[in-house]
Design a protein around this ligand. Structure first.
Ligand code: FA5
Length: 341
């Protein structure tokens, strides 16, 4: 017993004065190593009488637990002390201050998307999240594109082994949102879309759209024109005109391509509008009765419009990028929102 008390005293003395991790390791070896004080005590147990074995064994174990705990505590303390010493040696810099010119920035898509969200929120629309991986049903069937319908060819996508798809358009969320809110509803849902495309300056395999839907009693094409004109005038910071041309999408009837008068030349003709005075911006239309019905909304009672803005292309136009691929690239000129010409 005396022997154990001596070991404990010696341990306390050494652990209290230890100053670095090497010294701590030496203590561990001296007490718990192969020939350490405590290991030697353990070896003695076998030669004791049964009674002595029990109490001595218990006491050795208690001391061993204490030694292990104290070494662990000290280790944490010394490690932290070493890190602090390293930090103190470093030049006096505040790692939390922004780094002047090299400061990061939001991605242009995020900036334009945020602006659109603010505009639509101010007009009473809710903002919804969409999935990037969708069921084939939501992406196609629920927007009136049954299996083997030729419209599927316009949006070739990536099929996953579980039968789901990378969504080809934000319209894939229409069905879920109708089921979530029922009618009436006013919602926008921006999101990343994927298509198996030939890439060029205006086609990416990964790009952003922003969808919007308004469903209520007596909604007409006039409402669609009003909201689109207001949104585009806000985005471009000046009053623009819009015009509708016929467009085919199985999920709207009638369907349109909506053009905006060119905000850069005021309609006179320039490089951006390819001298036509108009820019093609936003496919849209009145929601097809089948689509409303599949979303659980009675088409005899409610009507609605939907649009699918090409957000990446709008960003290109807003910032003057000549190639959509900059948006998924790592060119710092793009990420810091300077014009790439
Ligand atoms: C659609 O995706 C329809 N879902 C839009 C819609 C919604 C119509 C609601 C009616 C009602 P479209 O395939 O034309 O339509 O794509 C819409 C916009 O997304 C295009 O005008 C274009 O700006 C953008 N877009 C389409 N494909 C790409 C691509 N590969 N790269 C970049 N932008 C693209």
């Amino acid at each position: 017993m005396n022997e154990l008390e001596n070991i404990k005293e010696l341990f306390e003395e050494r652990i209290t004065s230890v100053n670095d991790l090497n010294e701590l390791n030496a203590i561990r070896v001296d007490f718990l190593g192969k020939n350490g004080h405590l290991t030697t005590c353990m070896k003695l147990i076998k030669d004791l009488s049964n009674e002595e074995k029990k109490s001595f064994g218990e006491n050795v174990n208690k001391l061993k637990t204490l030694v292990l705990e104290r070494i662990e505590e000290k280790k944490e303390y010394l490690e932290e002390k070493e890190i602090r010493a390293e930090i103190d040696k470093m030049p006096n810099v505040d790692l939390t201050t922004p780094s002047g010119d090299k400061r990061g920035s939001l991605h242009p898509v995020t900036i334009v998307q945020q602006k659109l969200i603010d505009i639509f929120r101010s007009m009473g629309f809710t903002v919804e999240d969409g999935n990037e991986v969708e069921t084939e049903y939501n992406n196609f069937e629920a927007v009136n594109i049954p299996k083997h319908h030729p419209a599927r060819d316009m949006q070739d996508t990536f099929y996953l082994s579980n039968g789901q798809v990378l969504k080809t358009h934000t319209s894939a969320s229409q069905n879920r949102i109708m089921k979530k809110y029922g009618a009436p509803l006013k919602a926008i849902f921006p999101g990343r879309c994927f298509r198996n495309e030939e890439l060029d300056a205006s086609h990416e395999n990964t790009f952003f759209q922003m969808e919007g839907m308004m469903i209520d009693k007596d909604v007409s094409i006039s409402n669609l024109i009003y909201f689109m004109k207001t949104m585009l005038s806000e985005v471009f910071g000046k009053e623009v005109n819009v015009r509708l041309r016929p467009g085919f999408f199985p999920f709207v009837e009638p369907g349109f391509e909506l053009d905006s008068s060119c905000p850069y030349c005021g309609g006179k003709g320039c490089r951006v509008c390819k001298n036509s005075g108009w820019i093609e911006l936003c496919p849209c239309g009145m929601i097809h009765p089948n689509v409303l019905e599949m979303g659980g909304i009675d088409p005899n009672e409610y009507q609605g419009f939907a649009f699918g803005l090409g957000l990446s292309r709008l960003v290109m136009m807003t910032y003057g990028f000549d190639d959509i691929r900059h948006l998924n690239g790592k060119d710092l000129n793009v990420l810091s929102q300077t014009k790439v010409k």
